[in-house]
Design a protein around this ligand. Structure first.
Ligand SMILES: Nc1ncnc2c1ncn2[C@@H]1O[C@H](COP(=O)(O)OP(=O)(O)OP(=O)(O)O)[C@@H](O)[C@H]1O
Ligand SMILES: [Mg+2]
Length: 336
């Protein structure tokens, strides 16, 4: 699945090291992202998966440095093209955000300005970031709207956001993001709000863009179907930490962490009708009060079956289970 477009480039495009992002709330310190490491190679797609509230969005917002009060990146390094983004000024970050890293949010329509037609909004991005004149900008904007599959783009470009469907708004957003040819596209639950057909079209479009331009993609999703379809590698997050990371094939075929295995068991299998999906009993722990132990231990069947006591006493590190496959579980201790 790896596109290998940029195999001549050796280093990762994005390299996140020991990232910690906390929120200082009245209830206490929320350990939203608590020591996360991952990287993305040029042209590669990494998926981050995990239950609601485990820190996926905060991770991506940290990369963009869009964490507002009461949140703060308290530790870590985020290298992009070899430069530490955390050392950049807000002015420099603005340039990175507009040109090199683009982010597609969950609620696309909220990001479009209701006062301007969609052609104008795409053209504006092009004009600002690529220093195009108004006429060329507008012409290019129509080309991009057509590329993202907006029918009759010329005519539709004078439509206002309220005159287009949710799926089309999402495409306009994608056109705005991709027209700058970013090196990295961050897509946070990019298709949750869309129906299945539109979803598939958007994913296909992102894939095409990747093939054509060698874009790296960080996709955040609950949907294992999207993971299987798009990702080269997968990072599974649980309670602010990465608990498993592997190639998509390895993860689906040979998951190691009990949480991943439970997560995979809870998805419907295509073509197979399941009366009732198995769910993971219990819930994600409160990120304010975290014991210095495995965060999944209270819900872990493997711990119960194997009667492991260490799990509730000590935090497991990430163990190498095989090449390029890591899991945060004491079961794999001897494999370190
Ligand atoms: N502004 C904030 N103030 C306080 N806590 C926050 C804030 N933003 C996020 N959090 C907390 O950080 C944790 C991680 O949130 P995050 O949005 O990253 O979860 P997520 O994995 O993206 O979930 P979902 O799948 O529902 O989008 C949650 O416990 C959340 O309550
Ligand atoms: Mg989220």
């Amino acid at each position: 699945m790896t596109k290998n477009k940029h195999k001549d480039k050796k280093g990762p495009l994005l390299d996140v090291k020991k990232l910690k992002t906390y929120f200082y709330t009245e209830e206490g310190v929320v350990h939203a992202v608590d020591g996360v490491d991952f990287h993305i190679m040029p042209g590669e797609t990494l998926a981050i998966v995990g239950e609601s509230g485990c820190g996926k969005s905060v991770t991506s917002l940290s990369v963009m440095q869009l964490i507002g009060q009461p949140g703060e990146i308290i530790e870590g390094e985020i290298f992009f093209n070899g430069e530490n983004l955390l050392a950049k000024s807000e002015y420099e970050m603005c340039k990175v955000r507009g040109n090199q890293i683009a982010m597609i949010f969950q609620q696309p329509s909220g990001c479009l300005n209701p006062v301007f037609d969609i052609g104008y909004q795409v053209a504006e991005v092009l004009e600002v970031h690529q220093a195009l004149g108004e006429e060329t900008g507008r012409k290019r904007a129509v080309e991009w709207l057509s590329k993202v599959g907006i029918p009759d783009a010329e005519k539709k470009s004078s439509a206002f956001p309220h005159e287009i469907s949710g799926g089309q708004a999402q495409r306009v957003m994608i056109a705005m993001m991709l027209s700058n040819l970013p090196d990295l596209l961050i897509a946070d639950e990019p298709t949750t709000a869309l129906d299945v057909t539109i979803q598939a079209q958007i994913l296909e479009l992102m894939d095409k863009m990747q093939d054509q331009f060698g874009t790296s993609i960080l996709v955040i999703t609950h949907d294992m179907g999207i993971v299987a379809e798009m990702a080269d590698r997968v990072a599974v997050m649980y309670a602010g930490q990465i608990v498993e990371q592997a190639s998509v094939f390895e993860l689906f075929d040979n998951s190691k962490h009990p949480y991943t295995t439970a997560l995979l068991a809870s998805i419907p299998i295509l073509g197979e009708r399941k009366e009732k999906l198995s769910t993971i009993p219990g819930s994600v722990p409160n990120l304010v009060d975290l014991p210095p132990a495995c965060r999944f231990a209270p819900r872990c069947q493997v711990r119960l079956e194997k009667q492991m006591t260490r799990c509730t006493e000590e935090m497991p590190p990430l163990f190498n289970v095989t090449d390029n496959h890591i899991a945060r579980c004491w079961v794999y201790e001897d494999k370190k």
